[in-house]
Design a protein around this ligand. Structure first.
Ligand code: DI6
Ligand code: FE
Length: 403
């Protein structure tokens, strides 16, 4: 099918800039962008379908590159506790925190997990997300990590969204391995990763490098195992303390290092040299009322691409809107609206290794885009909440029924 989408303005986000084409047209062939440019340059042909976008502003579909969207239960009760003065670390030490979500996730069936995850992903989709990454990490044993990863694989069979699956078995220490964290890491490296990879359930491997999770040496073993399987790696690093996890990730040419509140200038340089994307998660920063800021200026100065993501998870970022995260990226981290939009499109694509096919509107890329009824692309980041009138086009098909 050859389709014409015209009478619009486009923020292509090529090279991480708005890269505006005013009075533009887009031709799609199958699910790919076949032509894009000023409408006056278009050589008219026969199209199977023509859509007048009524002067809308078109942006690439959003890419939410760091989520934990599959989990059992939720932690609103802990939220209440935290507001009575109990800290996240204290809650975790009392067997709450991640451990309580692990319990609920282990108890849930595949069907139950799928049902609750679809509800959350549908929220993100309605907000403009056309590609999402989802991590395991609440199963923490072979059967339950497998269950989570199978659910992640099923999401795109139920919703018009592209899904990347990341194994985060090294998220927390399961109770069965208390005081034996090295043995758990060994189990991940020699049993879980090889088997789960063989079943085709993993696109990348992540690990939580933190004093209340795993040490850099342990994370390095996970990275070596991933390397041996030919899987790319990512890291949760420098969220609560500086362990140089992001430098470690850079040594393994990680796709991304995420959180980064406690990142140092040396980490920034290592990431720049390795081409590792910095994923900033304002939802978690906000929800935990953090005060330590990532070195945004240094990241920019060293030209490390900065992506933004919801970190959707029940404990530290129950965030169902990537557009809200863009606003937080500007208000809290002082990124410009243009930088935040790049953070949810082209840089987020790179954080998933998808920069050749997604993240900007260019010939040859997948035709995922949003047509916004706005006057300028800065409005995408400017408005807080609400729905914003828009049309979502996924793989050159307009989504009509999002129920
Ligand atoms: N960092 C986070 O913010 C989440 N995981 C992680 O590694 C927290 C996940 C949770 O508390 O359930
Ligand atoms: Fe996370």
């Amino acid at each position: 099918m050859k389709k014409l989408w015209h009478n619009c303005h486009v923020a292509t986000m090529q090279n991480g800039k708005y890269s505006i084409i005013a009075n533009a047209a887009i031709v799609t062939l199958g699910n790919i962008i076949h032509w894009i440019g000023p409408e006056q340059d278009l050589v008219l042909e026969q199209y199977d379908e023509t859509t007048d976008l009524n002067q809308a502003w078109v942006s690439p579909g959003f890419i939410d590159c760091h989520t934990h969207s599959v989990f059992g239960g939720n932690r609103s009760i802990e939220f209440e506790k935290r507001l009575q003065g109990v800290s996240y670390a204290e809650i975790a030490a009392q067997g709450g925190g991640i451990a309580s979500t692990v319990k609920a996730t282990r108890e849930a069936s595949e069907e139950e997990l799928l049902k609750s995850a679809l509800k959350r992903v549908k929220n993100l989709l309605r907000d403009g997300v056309t590609t999402i990454e989802i991590k395991s990490g609440y199963g923490l044993d072979y059967e339950n990590e497998r269950k989570m990863l199978r659910v992640i694989r099923q999401i795109s069979q139920h919703l018009p969204i592209t899904v990347k699956s990341t194994c985060l078995a090294a998220h927390a220490l399961p109770a069965e391995y208390e005081e034996q964290s090295d043995a758990y890491i060994e189990h991940i490296c020699t049993e879980m990763l090889p088997k789960l990879h063989q079943e085709g359930l993993i696109d990348a491997v992540d690990a939580f490098c933190e004093y209340l999770a795993f040490s850099p040496a342990q994370v390095e073993r996970v990275f070596q195992a991933a390397n041996n399987l030919g899987l790319p790696v990512k890291i949760h690093a420098e969220q609560l303390s500086a362990l140089a996890g992001s430098s470690l990730a850079a040594r393994y040419h990680a796709l991304s290092a995420d959180h980064l509140e406690y990142i140092t200038e040396d980490d920034v340089k290592a990431m720049a040299a390795a081409g590792t994307v910095a994923v900033i998660l304002p939802g978690a920063f906000y929800f935990l009322r953090e005060t330590k800021f990532p070195l945004i200026e240094a990241l920019k100065q060293h030209q490390v691409p900065i992506a933004l993501s919801t970190d959707l998870n029940p404990g530290t970022s129950p965030c169902l809107s990537l557009r809200l995260v863009l606003n937080m990226g500007s208000t809290i981290f002082r990124l410009t609206p243009e930088e935040t939009l790049a953070g949810a499109t082209i840089h987020a694509a790179k954080a998933l290794g998808l920069q050749q096919s997604h993240g900007s509107l260019e010939v040859g890329k997948v035709a995922d885009f949003i047509a916004w009824e706005i006057e300028h692309p800065s409005e995408i980041t400017y408005w807080l909440g609400g729905d914003l009138s828009k049309r979502i086009i996924y793989q050159a098909q307009e989504l009509k029924f999002l129920g």
